[in-house]
Design a protein around this ligand. Structure first.
Ligand SMILES: Cc1cc2nc3c(=O)[nH]c(=O)nc-3n(C[C@H](O)[C@H](O)[C@H](O)COP(=O)(O)O)c2cc1C
Length: 70
């Protein structure tokens, strides 16, 4: 049976740990995603992975920090 984990998953490292150790097949992120709508990108960066901008956004993608005003 496939299972999902939810609740206080805040970082990419935490998410990867849950998936990597097989504790769940899927993670769901609630409040952390509301706080940071770019959470997948932030989580990927924490894991040393860069998600490239979608091709249709080329030249229009928010650079890191843009939405935080920095
Ligand atoms: C203000 C608030 C409202 C919520 N409303 C619902 C809801 O209507 N239905 C539901 O299934 N879960 C609801 N939840 C639970 C979330 O879907 C989620 O399971 C919970 O926030 C834990 O995940 P998180 O720590 O990533 O936010 C709510 C959570 C919060 C904080």
């Amino acid at each position: 049976m496939l299972t999902a984990a939810v609740g206080l998953i805040l970082t990419g490292v935490q998410a990867e740990e849950i998936l990597g150790e097989g504790s769940a097949d899927l993670i769901a992120v609630g409040r952390a995603m509301l706080r940071d709508p770019f959470w997948p990108r932030s989580a990927a960066e924490q894991l040393g992975v860069t998600i490239p901008e979608p091709r249709s956004y080329e030249g229009f993608w928010f650079p890191r920090g843009f939405t935080e005003g920095g």
